[in-house]
Design a protein around this ligand. Structure first.
Ligand code: HEM
Length: 138
């Protein structure tokens, strides 16, 4: 358990890098930058994503949490799959620029949601109906 805070710090560092680097590649896509067709940005991104996932899985293993019994972890994993899918369309696969721009915006909204889920340990975010209902009944 003693390594837990270090692994968590490394997980958060790779999350910050992931969001920053995705935003940079999204910006390159909007500007039609030749940087996007270089090989190294996608390699750096795959490498960082592997670390992000490995640190995340390690945290789950160390805390003996079961993703199938923790709704927030399940929401994170589903969010991660959606973020990766929409992200690929935004950076590479989108049929035209408008589609890629829209998909990039959706990807950024999804990753903000994942961060909220991680911080709150809950799949619902404070602005969602459930939280209002709970606050009103108190
Ligand atoms: C894009 C994907 C991801 C993002 C943006 C993200 C974000 C975060 C953030 C911001 C925290 C710190 C929360 C806090 O301050 O308490 C965190 C913690 C954590 N994450 Fe992730 N994460 C991602 C992927 C994953 C994956 C794939 C897993 C598991 C397989 C995972 C498992 C965890 C666990 C177990 C914690 C520790 C929670 C705690 O001890 O409070 N994360 N994540």
């Amino acid at each position: 358990m003693s390594y837990y805070p270090t692994i968590k710090g490394l997980h958060i560092t790779s999350v910050v890098f992931n969001i920053g680097f995705f935003s940079l590649r999204y910006f390159w896509m909007i500007r039609d930058s030749p940087m996007l067709s270089r090989k190294w940005p996608s390699r750096v991104s795959v490498l960082n994503d592997s670390f992000l996932l490995a640190f995340g899985v390690s945290l789950v293993a160390m805390s003996t949490q079961n993703p199938f019994q923790s709704p927030w972890l399940m929401a994170k994993l589903i969010g991660l799959v959606m973020y990766a899918s929409f992200g690929t369309i935004a950076i590479k696969r989108g049929s035209n620029k408008l589609v890629r721009i829209a998909m990039g915006m959706i990807s950024l909204l999804i990753v903000v949601y994942i961060v909220c889920v991680a911080i709150n340990h809950s799949p619902s975010i404070p602005i969602m109906y459930g939280h209002y209902k709970q606050a009103l009944s108190n």
